[in-house]
Every structure is written in structure tokens, then in C-alpha cells.
Design a protein. Structure first.
Length: 251
């Protein structure tokens, strides 16, 4: 049975990924920093409380995975929203925290997955970036910088690991329905002196499909990118966002 590891997998996009991989027959391993969220996962998933931006914890996790037989797919999905503020108002500690979790965790996934995948001669690494990784994004400097970094990491992984049969791709979700996006909407509304509904409408009107996307939409793409149907797809930035034209809501 093939094995998929998903970081930040106890809720939101990560949880939807876990469900999607389980449905196509994968042995699902999920990590999350939030121990209270892990019991929500199905009993046949392997769950571990892990800070995906902590080198020691990630090394130990992959040692356990190696002992269990290795890993076929890694979904580097951990990330935090970071502050919503003008660049001159961003606190250095908030910048570092956002970059450490969002970009650092993706690096650690790749660092420790690569030797296992090289040994098996195949593998797929799917990194969760964002439309913020392809557009400039006012008032979200740490998050946008980290998500752009995820894409740079992915491009490098695709070139470095491709000769070993390992593929790497990045998914760029747009605005995803759910509690996390609700927090972003409210913080942006507060920062811009707008209502939450006005910010929501601004995001939706910035897509050609006039819609947010769902966690399931992202999960479906992750499963495709890990499948035999995508065995020649690598180094790609794939947006699942309803075609975002302008990610910044109009005031």
C-alpha cells in the first residue's frame, strides 16, 4: 500500500487531503501541531503531534516513517496566515514565525523525504503555496514572501530530484471557504476599515468564476498530482482559485 504524509492534516485543506488519499487507497499519515485536533482524524490514519517547522521533530517523524517502509507522497501543507499589516508595521517576530512555519516546514519535508524517495526511485512532493505566491499582496508581506519562497523551493526540488524519479509541484489555492479564511477576512476588514462582507465580495469579484474554492478542490488536485496520470507533471505551479485576476479587494 502506498503511503502519503500530510502536514497540518487534522483540519481544513490538510484534512481534506487525508480523506482524498484514503479514498484512493493510501495509508495516510497526518501531523498537526494542534493535539486537540488530531482525535478528529479517522482511526485508521496514523497521527502524530508534530511542529512541522521543528527540525528535530521532523527528523524523528521521518525516521519513524522510514522504519514503517518509507513514503510515496508528501504534502507539505503547514502554514500560518501571519499578520495583516502595512510592511512598516509588521513586527519582526511575526515575520520570522510566518516564514519559519510556511516556508521552513516545506523545506524540512523535502529535506527528510528526499532520501527515502531516492531509495525507492520514485515519489511525489506536493507543496501548498497560494495565489499570494504569484501576486504581490498588499498588507500580507510575510505570508506572500513565504508563499513565493515555497514556489522557488518547489522549482529547485523538481530540478534536483527529477533525475531520481521524484516529482515536485505546488498548488496555489485561492480564497478557501472555512474558518481560517474567515479570520483573514475579518483582519483585512479591520485593517482597511471595511466590512467583512465587502472584503469577501472583493475576493470573489477578483476571480473570473466569482467564487471561493473549497478544501476538497485543493485535495482533488493533490491526489491528481500524486497519481500515475501526472507522472510527467513536475515543476509546475497550479492554481486552484477560480482564476484569480486581482487578489486585493477594492476598498
Amino acid at each position: 500500500m502506498k503511503r502519503a504524509l500530510i502536514t497540518a492534516g487534522a483540519s481544513g485543506i490538510g484534512f481534506a487531503m487525508g480523506e482524498a488519499f484514503a479514498q484512493v487507497g493510501f495509508d495516510v499519515w497526518v501531523t498537526d501541531v494542534d493535539a486537540t485536533a488530531l482525535p478528529r482524524c479517522p482511526s485508521n490514519w496514523t497521527t502524530r503531534q508534530v511542529d512541522a517547522s521543528d527540525d528535530v521533530q521532523m527528523r524523528r517523524l521521518f525516521e519513524e516513517i522510514a522504519a514503517a517502509g518509507g513514503v510515496d507522497v508528501v504534502c507539505a501543507n503547514a502554514g500560518i496566515a501571519g499578520p495583516t499589516a502595512r510592511v512598516e508595521d509588521v513586527v519582526w517576530e511575526d515575520w520570522k514565525a510566518c516564514v519559519d512555519v510556511t516556508l521552513g516546514s516545506a523545506f524540512l519535508c523535502a529535506k527528510y523525504a528526499a532520501p527515502l524517495m531516492k531509495a525507492s526511485g520514485s515519489g511525489a512532493i506536493v507543496l501548498t503555496s497560494s495565489t499570494a505566491g504569484v501576486f504581490g499582496y498588499p498588507n500580507r508581506a510575510p505570508y506572500a514572501a513565504a508563499k513565493w519562497g515555497v514556489i522557488g523551493l518547489m522549482k529547485t526540488l523538481a530540478m534536483e530530484l527529477g533525475p531520481f524519479g521524484i516529482r515536485a509541484n505546488a498548488i496555489c489555492p485561492g480564497a478557501v471557504e472555512g474558518p481560517r479564511m474567515e479570520g483573514v477576512l475579518q483582519r483585512e476588514a479591520d485593517a482597511k476599515g471595511m466590512t467583512r462582507d465587502a472584503v469577501y465580495d472583493g475576493y470573489a469579484s477578483g476571480t473570473s468564476m466569482r467564487t471561493f474554492v473549497t478544501a476538497q478542490d485543493i485535495a482533488n488536485m493533490a491526489v491528481f498530482l500524486a497519481s500515475d496520470g501526472a507522472q510527467r507533471v513536475s515543476g509546475q505551479v497550479i492554481s486552484v482559485d477560480g482564476h484569480t485576476e486581482n487578489p486585493d479587494p477594492k476598498p
